[in-house]
Design a protein around this ligand. Sequence first.
Ligand code: ZN
Length: 272
Amino acid sequence: MRALHFLVPTALLLTTAASHAQSTQTVWNNKQCAVVLTYDDAIDVDLDNVVPALDSAKLRGTFYLIGSSSVVARRLPEWRRAAQRGHELGNHALMHPCDGSLPGRGFVTPDNDLSKYTVTRAVSEIKANNTLLAAIDGKTTRTFAYPCGDLQIGGVRFYDQLRNDFVGARGVTGGLQTAAQIDLTNIDAYSINGQSAEYMLDLVKKAQESHTLLVFLFHGVGGGHALNVELKAHRQLLRYLKAHEKDIWVAPMVEVAEKVKAYQQRNPTTPR
Ligand SMILES: [Zn+2]
């Protein structure tokens, strides 16, 4: 709504808002909003804690896999089974390079420093990871998640060369957006690290009220990573989503991004 002009007469504005809300609800599978659960970095707890929790609630999520992760190599059949049960195996790059020239990036090793990459290398490693993921799940459509949320190499947005390889790309900036507002090249997501169930449920309720997309970005769930959410808080979130499944569309990112893409193609003049 933020792009509506001040001088539009109130009646017209209300009509526009009403029809907009209606079409936005259609894009969310005729529900109030969409919630996407994403889990980064291909860690053991994804398979030990998260997949079983999602499966028992009959909810599906997106797992952003680092192709070089030992957990991909060791547990490949389990990732394949997760994909067969409807979870998305998303692309989180082959080596997870992050920009070591930014402040607070002491953890970035010279080998994994995105600022030392060429754009061509970044693009070809990400494409190679797509080949690996396709060999695991047999799929040709998926989404990408920026390692460390880094979009650029030397001022160049490398995803521009990957637009045809993905339906969309998830970022790391928190925000709730309507289908018209979403930037499919950098989809907002709320990073969760130690927040309570109340905090997460509050976000879901806000998404329901505003008919927007809410993306959660998890790493550890019940441990397994320095960034973590308690098992109990995660369980409470899943329970709420399950209890409100009539009103909330919970789906992997690739399915939601496909819907948003189609919506934006149908409504090309919608201000963003
Ligand atoms: Zn990551």
